[in-house]
Design a protein around this ligand. Structure first.
Ligand code: NDP
Length: 333
């Protein structure tokens, strides 16, 4: 499979180029950057033959099968539509778009064109999360009563650009992290949050966009979910907990890009450390995407998953803005 990278981003150079090259029979042909100099430098550093500043020129390459879109968030929608129109499969970064309608248009257009469209929600590829899902699905904690997500991090210095000061580029902790937590909760509970309440604020880093948010979500089954996302918590660590009638799953350090963390099951028989696989999250995601393109299975998170995680994030933002409970609008999905 031959790839083009749309965006000379850190996530591409830090994780995705290696994950693409880890697959059998793949090649990265080109990269798009809005800056000719940055594109050339990125291509040289990452051993990519061609760099472009014009998306149509990148997409005109008949050898290209798929694109990975990892520009800032406001660019995902027009770039994905152009790639789909050119008949390329698309792996798109989260959040899919700035609005629900844009995300729906991307996913519908891909479906009409018959190309694979996926969202790069990495966490559901983690061995830790696959193990947690298995515990819940096999009834090890009984009926789930509640869940808590701890995703308050210390945003690394090098990421403190558009994320903390540019609302037009999709900055703010809600589009950045709440989407991942929404996807993770949907993955584990197999249902979509119905209603949310939230408070957001600026706690030392955000410049015009929120850097911290807490929210409570009601699931259709009645399960209650509590989440905390932030850019400003240096020592909090991440985690997720699921509490049920027969036990609790308590996982620490698992809301990360690395295959790390620990999982403890607590039940009537005591405490149990739960082992899990430690494969690379992004390599698994890419493998499933490539298999889907070859007609085998589906990507780990598809376009509808991306629509739904965005829908939850938009509801959280609206709830925080208005101080009211907000029903999550999935646009009919
Ligand atoms: P970056 O800030 O690294 O890259 C985003 C854009 O910024 C690039 O496309 C590039 O524009 C521009 N840029 C990069 N370096 C510079 C620079 N030195 N000076 C000026 N501009 C620069 O973003 P991230 O990699 O952090 O995020 C990109 C996307 O990926 C976002 O949508 C984000 O939400 C998502 N993401 C997803 C993760 C996941 O695990 N699923 C993890 C991290 C991010 P150009 O292309 O025009 O050169």
């Amino acid at each position: 499979m031959r790839w083009g990278l749309v965006g000379a981003s850190r996530i591409a150079s830090g994780f995705m180029i290696d994950a693409i090259r880890a697959q059998a029979d793949t090649e990265i042909l080109s990269v798009l950057s809005s800056s000719a100099a940055r594109g050339r430098e990125f291509a040289e550093e990452n051993n990519i033959a061609r760099s472009h500043t014009d998306l149509d020129a990148l997409l005109a390459d008949p050898d290209l099968d798929a694109v990975y879109i990892s520009t800032t968030n406001e660019k995902h929608h027009p770039q994905a539509l152009a790639a789909i129109a050119a008949g390329k499969h698309v792996l798109c970064e989260k959040p899919l778009a700035m609005s629900l309608n844009e995300a729906i248009e991307m996913v519908r257009t891909a479906s009409e064109k018959g190309v694979v469209f996926a969202t790069n929600h990495h966490l559901r590829n983690a061995g830790s999360h696959l193990a947690i899902k298995e515990l819940i699905a096999t009834g090890r904690i009984g009926d789930v009563l509640s869940a808590r997500v701890f995703h308050a991090v210390n945003l690394p210095e090098q990421l403190r650009g558009w994320r903390i000061n540019d609302a037009a580029a999709g900055g703010g902790v809600i589009p950045d992290i709440v989407v991942h937590d929404a996807d993770t909760i949907r993955f584990h509970l197999d249902e979509d949050p119905a209603m949310v309440v939230a408070q957001a604020g600026i706690s030392g880093m955000g410049e015009g966009v929120e850097d911290s948010v807490m929210s409570v979500w009601t699931m259709p089954s009645g399960i209650m979910v509590e989440t905390h996302e932030s850019f400003t918590h240096r020592f909090a660590g991440t985690g997720v907990e699921f509490h049920g009638t027969e036990g609790s799953v308590i996982a620490r350090d698992v809301m990360t890009q690395q295959p790390v963390g620990e999982i403890r099951l607590v039940d009537g028989a005591g405490q149990h450390e739960i082992p899990f696989e430690t494969h690379n999250l992004y390599i698994r995601s890419l493998g499933l995407f490539q298999a889907a393109v070859e007609g085998r299975g589906r990507p780990s998170a598809d376009g509808v998953d991306g629509i739904k995680s965005l829908a939850v994030a938009l509801a959280v933002r609206e709830a925080a803005r208005t101080g009211r409970a907000v029903d999550v609008d999935y646009g009919g999905f």
